[in-house]
Design a protein around this ligand. Structure first.
Ligand code: NAD
Length: 337
């Protein structure tokens, strides 16, 4: 496969621990001979007027051109007159679905051994529409926007994903008993899409009940699809079920088939620059990117090497109770490749 010309992918190392864990991915990809050529883009220290953010227009163009990319955590500098980096990426690239696979890592003991969940979060509207204002002193209002178009799009993605990955069930998570109009419309759209996929079981679960069920018995669920805020919360809950944010990958899906994979965690300023970060979340995110590119044998090899290294327990980073550095852990993964 390495005889073919390399595939170009955009890499945003990001801030804080970002460059350290991005180095780990680069080293692992080189060792596994993944036919990818990175186009690296850094967050600037000046606002680009074309994007109104510290992300340059060229870096967004790079993702649009390549269609695939990997993103480290980004810490949005405080100040006025610019947009958050993550919001800029989401809006400019129309990243409408955030997909987070969450499965128990063999050999890393948590309360559950059998977690295998996919959360799919609507990523463009809902409670995150950014429409908040003061009505009068002491009264503020926040608008939750739900549209038919965005709901159908994310529901379609969820069912398509379920079918493509041999999953049995899609659960729509909601609070339509209270949010009758907004979550009501979201559910209506999910139902419409469900009818096109008779082979996939479809159910609707109220968010509060969903939380209770997830912590009691995560194997009650398979693929979960939900509006923005619920997705933000539930996907972190799921990360907690398997050992925390250092482990969980995600992938953002955009219009036109763009896939921008990213670790779920932030820039971890407390451990940045100390060679202590766990690169697993970004490595497993890079695996979702490889799967998107249908490079399944490379994806399997890297995933196996990461999981084996963690399972053996000889080299683990501090967040998993070990004492290895980022580079020792990465070298151990490369030895398994
Ligand atoms: P964080 O995820 O950066 O850190 C929370 C805790 O988890 C810290 O103790 C940190 O050391 C630990 N941690 C996180 N990732 C780890 C890893 N890979 N290995 C080992 N330990 C890890 O959350 P925060 O402190 O709330 O945020 C810090 C900055 O990151 C903020 O500027 C925030 O805006 C930004 N952020 C960015 C993203 C993103 O780019 N997607 C997401 C969340 C937060």
């Amino acid at each position: 496969s390495s005889a073919a010309s390399p595939i170009r992918a955009t890499l945003f190392p990001g801030d804080g621990i970002g460059p350290e864990i991005a180095d780990s991915v680069k080293q692992v990809f080189t060792t596994a001979e993944v036919p990818i050529e990175w186009e690296e883009h850094y967050v600037g220290d000046q606002i680009d007027p074309r994007t109104q953010s510290f992300l340059t227009w060229e870096s967004l163009e790079s993702v649009r051109r390549n269609g695939v990319g990997l993103k480290g955590p980004m810490a949005t500098p405080i100040g006025k007159g610019h947009r958050s980096l993550n919001l800029t990426l989401r809006k400019e690239l129309n990243l409408y679905a955030n997909v987070r696979p969450c499965y128990s890592l063999p050999g890393y003991k948590t309360r559950y051994d059998n977690v295998d969940l996919i959360t799919i979060r609507e990523n463009t509207e809902g409670e995150y529409s950014g429409l908040e204002h003061q009505v009068v002193r002491g009264v503020v209002e926040s608008l939750k926007i739900i549209t038919r178009q965005a709901s159908l799009r994310v529901a379609e993605y969820a069912f398509h994903y379920a079918k493509a990955h041999g999953r049995e069930r899609v659960s729509a998570i909601h609070k339509a008993n209270i949010m009758q109009k907004t979550d009501g419309l979201f559910l209506k759209c999910c139902r419409e899409v469900a009818e096109k996929y008779p082979e996939i079981k479809y159910e609707e679960v109220v968010i509060d009940n969903c939380c209770m069920m997830l912590v009691k018995n995560p194997s009650l669920f398979d693929v979960l699809v939900m509006p923005n805020l619920y997705g933000d919360i539930i996907s972190d809950l799921c990360a907690g079920l398997i050992g925390g944010l250092g482990l969980t990958p995600s992938c953002n899906i955009g219009e036109g088939g763009i896939a921008l994979a990213e670790a779920v965690h932030g820039s971890a300023p407390d451990i940045a620059g100390k060679n202590l970060a766990n690169p697993t979340a970004l490595l497993l995110s890079s695996v979702t990117m490889l799967r998107h590119l249908k490079l399944h044998d490379k994806a399997d090899r890297i995933q196996d090497a990461v999981l084996k290294t963690i399972a053996e327990g000889k080299y683990r980073t501090a967040d998993l109770g070990g004492s290895s550095s980022t580079s020792e852990f990465t070298n151990a993964i490369c030895d398994h490749l």
